[in-house]
Ligand binder design. Structure first.
Ligand SMILES: [Zn+2]
Length: 164
């Protein structure tokens, strides 16, 4: 038990009392510190939640970028026939071509990537023509005028017939 000074009448009273026995003023012993303690905990929880949300959205943004670049990276690897650095210029090029071709064709990016690889395989195995994946995709992209909507598979078929 400790003695404190009443703020109103100035008498020394026990800090454990709820009200001053002299003037009945409510004794503010330690209870005034409690809301601040709670406030700090609540702020800390809010802070932790905000940090967590921020990190989650960052992770999602990164994985979105990775998904878009993943195809381009795979194509760059096939194009080179081995490991390519993540900053390799062909990744950017494949990424651009995939976007461009997706706009001009009915196929999805992954379908476009698959068909280009198939196209290269047909040229190599059926006609003995060795062509870089990037060249095939550049040629196909050039052959489709912007603003048009075509089937990539058909364009690739015509391309093979012209090349062989
Ligand atoms: Zn008092």
């Amino acid at each position: 038990m400790s003695l404190i000074k009443c703020k109103v009448c100035g008498n020394h009273i026990s800090s454990k009392l709820k009200n001053c026995p002299y003037c009945d003023y409510p004794v503010q012993n330690k209870s005034s510190k409690l809301p601040i303690g709670y406030l700090i905990i609540i702020l800390f929880i809010i802070f932790a939640i905000v940090i967590n949300i921020n990190n989650t959205s960052k992770t999602e943004a990164v994985s979105k970028v990775n998904n878009t670049n993943k195809l381009a990276y795979e194509l760059a690897t096939i194009n080179k026939g081995g490991y390519v650095s993540e900053t390799d210029i062909t990744i950017t090029r494949f990424d651009y071509l995939l976007r461009s071709l997706e706009n001009k064709t009915f196929e999805s990016k992954s379908e476009i990537a698959d068909m280009t690889v198939k196209c290269q395989k047909i040229l190599r195995e059926k006609y003995g023509i060795e062509m870089k994946l990037l060249s095939i995709m550049e040629d196909l992209n050039d052959s489709i005028p912007s603003g048009s909507k075509v089937k990539y598979a058909e364009i690739a078929g015509v391309y093979i017939q012209q090349i062989k």
